[in-house]
Design a protein around this ligand. Structure first.
Ligand code: TYD
Length: 129
């Protein structure tokens, strides 16, 4: 988990995320996920090349991270100044979205569908090779 320094004052809050400073990569892409129902599970893939930082800038969600070697951890994203760093080659599920959830995703690479592994069995085989 990453804690970003909130620059708050009487006007409100401001959170800065700078590539290679607050997170361990240069940001090449951002996207955000909102309007997902509570029973939806998103993600369900691993990335060969892309690292991510996920921040619930509004609302809450959970992220389940699985290394394919029997280790699984669940993280709650519930504060706009807290993020999770996801290295390459971890399986991730995002779920339990609150109605107001806006999940901001910062990525180290441009989008390339080819570097996504969407078959869990294939992922487990690769990481245990
Ligand atoms: P998907 O990877 O299924 O989203 P999630 O992992 O968050 O559940 O992506 C949904 C659609 O959006 C899919 O058609 C691919 C497209 N997409 C892009 O074109 N560029 C991107 O950077 C991302 C993340 C997705």
């Amino acid at each position: 988990m990453l804690e970003f320094l909130p620059h708050g004052d009487e006007r409100g809050h401001l959170v800065v995320v700078e590539g290679m400073k607050d997170i361990p990569f240069e940001i090449k892409r951002i996207f955000y996920i909102y309007g997902s129902d509570k029973d939806v599970v998103r993600g369900q893939h691993a990335n060969r090349k892309t690292q991510f930082v996920l921040i619930n800038v509004a609302g809450t969600s959970k992220v389940r991270v699985d290394d394919g070697k029997g280790n699984e951890t669940i993280y709650s994203l519930n504060r706009p100044h807290t993020g999770i760093y996801l290295p390459t080659m971890v399986w991730k599920d995002m779920y339990d979205f609150s109605k107001d959830s806006v999940l901001l995703c910062l990525a180290s690479e441009p989008y390339d569908a080819e570097e996504y592994i969407r078959d869990y069995k294939e992922f487990v085989e690769i990481v245990n090779k």
